[in-house]
Every structure is written in C-alpha cells, then in structure tokens.
Design a protein around this ligand. Structure first.
Ligand code: PMP
Length: 444
C-alpha cells in the first residue's frame, strides 16, 4: 500500500509515469486522455519541449534566491508579461505556489490596502455560496462550498459571509427574466452590504466562471457589471478568482474580459504554469498599489517560495507558448466545436439538464428528470461512477457530486488542453458520452 495520505487510504491510485500531448500513461501502460487537464491545469498538455527546456535552463542558472534578498530575472519577466500592458489597469503582480495561497494573498492585500488608506473599520468580505477559493483556512473561509467547510467550520473566519451565486439553471424563477433575476441578486448583495454596514466591507470575491462547485456556470449578462456598481457605491474592492477560469481557459486571456468589468485584484493559478511547476499569483490594480505606495510601501506578506525562479521561468515559457502559438484562437475554435458536440450528444438526453461553459471549459449537469431538475440520490455517488467509467474508457474528466451544498446536481467538467485537435474533441466526447451512459445505467 502507498504511504501517502493524499487521497484514499483504502485504495491505491494508478501511478502516472509519462505524459505526452493530451495523453497520460500509467505504470501499467494504460493511456488516458487528460480531458480536464487534471482540474483545468494542464492547458498546454504534457511534455511541451519549450517549457521543459526553459525549466532546465533556469535550474542551470539559478535554482533559488530568497525574495528578502533578491528578485530574480524570471519573476521580473513574468510580472512584465502579466501586467506589462496593464490590462484593465492591473499594474503589479505577486507570485506564490498555489491557488489557495494566491487567494490568501488577495485577502491580506485587500485588508492591508484599507489600513493604508485609513479605513481600518473595513474587516469583512462578502463571497458566494457554492464557491471554492482554496483549502487553506482563509481561502476556505471565503469558499461557500458547504461540504468542504463543514469539518473545519469552528476554525473558519467569521469575517466572511456569503450570498447567492449567479446560477440561472436552478435559481432563476420560472416566471423571471434574466434581467429580473440579476436585479434580485443585486438586491441580495446590496442587502448584505447594508446588514454588515457598507463601510465595513473590504471586498466581494467571486469566480467569473464557477469551476469545481457549479460546473462551469457562467454569469448572466449584466451580473458582474451590477456587482462592480454595488462595490463601487460602497468603496469595496472587486476580487475575481480566476484560478480555474483564467489564463485563456474561457477563450480570452482573462475571463473578466468577457464581462465588461475590471477587477481590483485578480487571482490566477492553474493556467499560469500549466502544471509544469506549482505557481499561482495575484494581479493588482494600480489604484490599490497607489494606496500601498503612499502608505507603508510594501506588501506585508510573504512565503519562502514566493516568486520561485524555476516556477516563474516555467510560467514565462507557458505564457510565451500560448501567445506565440496563438493558442487562444484554438481555444475559441475547439471550444465552439466542443459545445456543438456536447449539444449533439446530450441536447436531448433525458438525464442531462444543462450544458454550459465557455471556451474550452464545459460541463454537463445530470438530473433524474429534466422537467423537475431533481438531483440524483447522493448515496449513488454518481460522480464516482462517471469518473470510473470514463477512466475505464481512457478518459480523465472532472466530475463532482450531488452532495455539494446539498442541492446541486451532479456535474462533470471537460477542460481539455488548448492544443486539442478536432479529432481529439470528437474522441473525448465519444468516450465521455459512453461513460455518462454507463454510469447512469449502473445506477439502475
Ligand atoms: N480557486 C479556485 C477557483 C479553484 O478552482 C481552486 C482549485 N480547484 C483554488 C482556488 C485552489 O487552488 P489550489 O488547489 O492550487 O490551492
């Protein structure tokens, strides 16, 4: 048996030994399509020679230097790439090792900003239910995922409260228009600001396209503009968690580019280093930086491995490959094909209630009955069945279960690498469709 406590103590996982393009191979020689890039991580696929070369070159030159003493060339370069053109007014970057750490950094930077601009009474965050921002205690406090929160509830911070997400499939009323539903969500957010005291709120945290907890749920038009307006009215920051949806996954480099808003702080991770190295980060708006610059002049936070030279060199190479190979064009083209194939395969499927997503980030939501949207009995563990059936057919996808927050139907995410071809999209949807049918059939 394995001595790792990463996952199950009862069952050993297959051992991955090699990756090439969209394929992963285990020790027994099984080939599996990485159809979700892990958890929407491996956006370049596996074995990219340019990224590997960049990592080796960095190691030959400099493996580590503590940021209390030095910056390094790869970190400077990565910051230039990420904010060189100040997209949306984002002028500065901070790099760490994961999405959770990046969320922690966003939370602390936002708080520090209000100390610097002499609004120390701002101590609260508003986030959303059915959200996931990470597993460290601060990021988990922001997360609305009831299942992940429950065991640690006594340890979580009361500084975070939660409002409804924009989840039209289930939450828009039958006789409600999109605009009326958005207006209702804005009224709820405004009421939460009023309940807390508007001048006590630091910021609002949300994923532009919700990943793990809602299965690629996109916001309705006007939702994020409305959120931005509420935050602006009360002087609070808009913090967008693009750990999953960012760095090209939805067809634009940043998902907020499709929402007509810019964040004050943006969180990135998975697509930043594409899994070649562990790296996350935050991008910070110039006005927040001005507050810090006029005050203490430094971000009072840090980790031993922040802006790690090798991780930053990998991310530089990943971002160069995305730009030089014009991979976002492929994300949009293959994303449109993936949508089309999913609609063809599942559009009339009696157990597929919703097909949703953007770019190369798509999910289906499974229900017992399309009319009632009834969720499957969580005891059936449909998500595990989907995972098993897909794996058996040589496909890794990302299914989540019906027990999340008690009311969510099972969903399964596809997030193939940006290099995916049309033939591969067909193969992925074929295997996915067969796996879904087999998993449903096994439920009786
Ligand atoms: N935020 C979002 C939106 C995520 O999807 C995740 C990871 N699934 C995280 C934060 C946490 O990132 P990590 O697992 O790298 O700590």
């Amino acid at each position: 048996m394995s001595h790792l406590v990463h996952r199950s103590l009862r069952q050993d996982p297959p051992i991955a030994v090699r990756g090439e393009g969209i394929w992963l191979y285990d020790r027994d020689g099984h080939a599996v399509i990485d159809g979700s890039g892990g958890a929407a991580v491996a956006c370049l696929g596996h074995g990219n020679a340019r990224v590997i070369e960049a990592i080796k070159a960095q190691l030959d030159q400099l493996s580590y230097a503590h940021t209390a003493l030095f910056s390094c060339e790869s970190a400077e370069r990565l910051a230039d790439i990420m904010v060189g053109h100040a997209p949306g007014g984002l002028t500065h970057a901070y790099f760490c090792s994961s999405g959770s750490e990046a969320n922690e950094a966003a939370i602390k930077l936002a708080r520090q900003y209000f100390l610097e601009v002499e609004q120390p009474q701002r101590t609260r965050f508003i986030a959303r239910r059915q959200s996931y921002h990470g597993n460290t205690l601060g990021a988990l406090s922001a997360s609305g995922n009831a299942m992940r929160r429950a065991p640690y509830a006594p340890l979580l911070s009361p500084a975070f409260s939660h409002v409804s997400p924009c989840y039209a499939y289930r939450d828009r009323g039958g006789d409600e228009t999109d605009a009326q539903y958005v207006a209702r969500l804005m009224a709820e957010l405004e009421a939460e600001f009023q309940r807390l005291g508007p001048d006590t709120v630091i910021g609002f945290i949300a994923e532009p396209v919700v990943g793990a907890t809602l299965g690629c749920a996109t916001a309705l038009p006007g939702y994020f503009e409305g959120v931005r307006a509420v935050c602006d009215r009360h002087g609070a920051l808009l913090i967008l968690d693009e750990v999953m949806s960012g760095m090209g996954r939805t067809g634009t480099l940043h998902a907020w580019e499709q929402e007509a808003v810019t964040p004050d702080i943006q969180i990135v991770a998975k697509g930043l280093g594409a899994g070649y190295q562990p790296i996350g980060g935050i991008l910070v708006h110039g006005r927040v930086i001005e507050g810090l610059a006029a005050g203490s002049g430094a971000f009072m936070h840090g980790h031993t491995y922040q802006a790690h030279p090798v991780a930053c060199a990998a991310a530089v190479a990943v971002q160069q490959v995305i730009a030089e190979d014009r991979l976002l064009d492929n994300v949009r083209a293959m994303g449109a094909l993936l949508e089309q194939r999913l609609v063809e395969r599942f559009g009339n499927h009696r157990h597929v209630g919703d097909i949703r997503g953007r770019g190369l980030f798509w999910a289906i939501e499974l229900v017992t009955d399309r009319a009632t949207k009834q969720v499957f009995d969580p005891a059936l563990k449909l998500n595990e069945r989907v995972k098993r059936e897909a794996f058996g057919r040589g496909l890794a996808c990302y299914p989540m279960g019906g027990t999340i927050d008690g009311r969510l139907g099972d969903h399964a995410i596809l997030a193939p690498p940006y290099i995916v071809t049309a033939e591969q999209v067909d193969l992925i949807v074929d295997r996915f469709g067969a796996a879904i049918d087999a998993a449903l059939a096994s439920c009786g």
